[in-house]
Design a binder for this molecule. Structure first.
Ligand SMILES: [Zn+2]
Ligand SMILES: [Zn+2]
Length: 435
């Protein structure tokens, strides 16, 4: 079996496990990662990093997937309560300006590295079953209805563990390292904003990673993601009495139904995988009323931007056609978008080489072949920005069996992968040492 061995350095793993559990217990939804950001800022500043956080990161950039103001305020108040009203970091985040960039300069000149770690959680009520390890071990979510069910608590732990190593090895570090603790991945919000950061413009070598995803324990050095577009559709027609004057109505419900059926029949594209789904549909009319309004939300995905755009354009034609057939109006509003990004071969190989150096043997499931993850990720915006300026980037999977699966109330991952993650980042910046 070619699988990643258990991480062998127990003394390095223990603090990572403690960190992961502390952050797991306080999960926060996209754009409300106030407590998480403040705790990260505090430790990173203590370690000697230059930290940029709050509204200063945003410069007016549009934020997609922002929750309603009341939800932002409630999450902010909860974080204030937990951290104290005089917390140094919270005020600049009010209104959802979460996330941070931490920068450290080495003792001598060298390349500029960028690493991205996402930090948000999901609207899922975490299981309290005895078989769910975080519940049994006492670090289950204390924020009702919110859970780290995708492993982002692990990602930010790898970032923080790596930061501790960088701070301890500053004398041997060459060049500059930017750690991007990105908010709002789950709503395709933070990646596009962070892609505009001046710190990212300096990055020559960019790495993002995810835990789990694939059940076999292995390191995938070249993972790519589906491009995706999510839109809301509103059909508006004319109401009339369904018995007395159906001929006077313009049926929005019928148009929406026709559109949904036809969306699933878009022909495949020869240049890669595609997906379409309608997950939400509503029309609130009495049985005796010809529907004057109907709406649904749909998504299309593609193995690359070309396939995704093809799916989107065909979907728009279908929606417009369904509207015309029924004499109603259709309005399409974009909700979110994920772009695609390829990885740089040289960096893929450098990661594999680093993996061997830190003790993952070649027979231990190091993979340099491309793996297209059948899901979407907004780190692609950052990867693309780096590549457009001539830098290189790649996306890694620290793959392994997860309990419950991603986005499930029993989700959990193998905590020893955190050790491998930190070691890999350390080796990629030339500061790894065996002792
Ligand atoms: Zn997720
Ligand atoms: Zn995730």
């Amino acid at each position: 079996m070619h699988t990643l061995p258990l991480y062998p350095h127990a003394e390095r793993l223990a603090p990572l496990v403690a960190t992961r559990r502390a952050y797991h217990a306080y999960p926060e939804l996209s754009w409300t990662e106030f407590h998480t950001t403040a705790k990260l800022c505090e430790e990173l500043e203590q370690l000697g990093f230059t930290v940029t956080w709050g509204e200063a990161l945003y410069e007016g950039a549009p934020r997609s997937g922002l929750p309603p103001p009341a939800a932002l305020d409630a999450a902010f108040a909860r974080a204030s309560e937990a951290l104290g009203a005089d917390n140094r970091y919270l005020p600049a985040m009010k209104g959802g300006f979460t996330g941070l960039v931490a920068t450290l300069d080495g003792a001598s000149i060298g390349p500029t590295h960028g690493f991205r770690f996402d930090i948000d959680a999901l609207p899922i009520a975490e299981s309290d079953a005895a078989g769910h390890m975080p519940a049994a071990a006492g670090f289950r979510s204390c924020n009702d209805g919110v859970m780290h069910a995708c492993g982002h608590d692990g990602h930010l732990t790898i970032g923080l563990g790596f930061a501790r190593r960088l701070a301890a090895s500053r004398a041997t570090l060459r060049g500059r390292v930017h750690l991007f603790f990105q908010p709002a991945e789950e709503v395709a919000g933070g990646g596009a904003v962070f892609a505009r950061l001046p710190q990212l413009a300096e990055v020559e070598s960019f790495v993002a990673l995810h835990l789990g995803i694939v059940s076999e324990r292995k390191l995938i050095c070249d993972a790519t993601w589906l491009a995706a577009r999510i839109c809301d559709v509103h059909f508006s027609g004319r109401a009339s009495h369904a018995g007395n004057a159906p001929q006077d109505g313009r049926n929005a419900l019928l148009a929406a139904c026709g559109a949904v059926q036809a969306l699933y029949a878009i022909p495949r594209h020869s240049k890669g995988a595609s997906r379409v789904n309608v997950g939400k549909f509503s029309s609130n009319n009495a049985n005796n009323v010809v529907s004057d309004a109907a709406q649904f939300r749909f998504e299309v995905r593609g193995a690359n931007d070309e396939v995704c755009s093809y799916m989107h354009e065909r979907a728009i034609e279908i929606i417009e056609g369904a509207a015309r057939m029924n004499g109603v109006q259709a309005e399409v509003r974009p909700v979110a978008q994920f772009v695609g990004a390829d990885n740089s071969e040289a960096l893929v190989n450098a990661v594999a080489e680093a993996a061997r150096h830190v003790g993952m043997r070649d027979d231990a499931g190091i993979s340099v072949s491309n793996y297209l993850v059948p899901a979407s990720e907004d780190a692609t915006y950052m990867a693309r920005a780096v590549q457009q300026r001539g830098g290189r980037s790649t996306y890694l999977l620290l793959a392994g069996q997860t309990r419950g699966g991603h986005h499930n109330e029993r989700f959990d991952f193998d905590e020893d992968l955190l050790g491998w993650g930190v070691d890999l980042c350390a080796q990629l910046t030339g500061i790894y040492s065996d002792d």
